[in-house]
Design a protein around this ligand. Structure first.
Ligand code: GTP
Ligand code: MG
Length: 195
């Protein structure tokens, strides 16, 4: 699977537009504004591919990318943005629930994107517990690494592990979508699925 060959296929506003084939799914979830879309851009090596928000809560659809008819990369709308209206928030959470309910069996990995500077929120914990409850393969990506000083990195990673109660088997990848740091680790985690 050559990630440089990723193409945008469509934005899905409801379950009927989700993929229905048996290709592998890589799903990106996380709070609004943590950099899900930026992380996808960095792994596919194209800026401005998945839309990056200047305002949080911008990805209101499930954006579907495809890699060589082998895998789907799925950019879910961000959760937990407090200024979004209640109606919009309910629409998002329904869309995310619908996506999971329908597509769970095909998911190869869920990437939970966090902002490395912040302690994971209650929403993040809920997401992780949910993924665990369904026994789905999960990797944590601690993004915005470029915003920390070297000495702050280890404590930040420890706080994430502790808050989310990650055991040693869960990969936690420090990442910077801005500087492409951690990119090789993330890509090899994705490619492992094919081995
Ligand atoms: P929603 O789609 O709204 O949920 O947001 P998102 O999680 O897709 O975040 P997005 O990729 O749109 O990025 C949000 C903001 O964070 C943008 O201003 C990005 O430029 C910035 N950003 C993303 N990744 C990084 C990073 O690694 N470092 C820095 N410094 N900024 C980043
Ligand atoms: Mg986005």
């Amino acid at each position: 699977m050559n990630l440089n060959k990723t193409v945008f296929v469509r934005s899905a506003a409801s379950a009927k537009d989700f993929p229905s084939d048996a290709q592998k799914r890589f799903v990106f979830v996380g709070r609004s504004n943590v950099g899900k879309s930026s992380t996808i851009n960095s792994i596919v090596g194209k800026k401005g591919f998945a839309k990056v928000s200047s305002m949080p809560g911008k990805t209101v659809y499930v954006n579907l990318f495809n890699v060589e008819d082998k895998a789907w990369i799925i950019d879910l709308p961000g959760y937990g943005y407090s200024k979004t209206s209640k109606v919009e928030r309910e629409r998002y959470s329904k869309l995310i629930d619908d996506y999971f309910a329908r597509d769970m069996a095909n998911i190869s990995r869920i990437y939970v994107i966090l902002d490395i500077r912040h302690k994971p929120t209650a929403d993040d914990q809920m997401m992780v517990e949910w993924i665990r409850a369904y026994d789905l393969p999960m990797t944590i990506v601690a993004n915005k690494l470029d915003k920390l000083k070297k000495s702050q990195i280890e404590p930040a990673l420890a706080l994430i592990r502790e808050t989310l109660q990650l055991d040693g088997s869960v990969k936690l990848i420090p990442y910077s979508a801005e500087k492409n740091e951690g990119r090789d680790a993330l890509i090899s985690d994705m490619l492992d699925v094919f081995n």
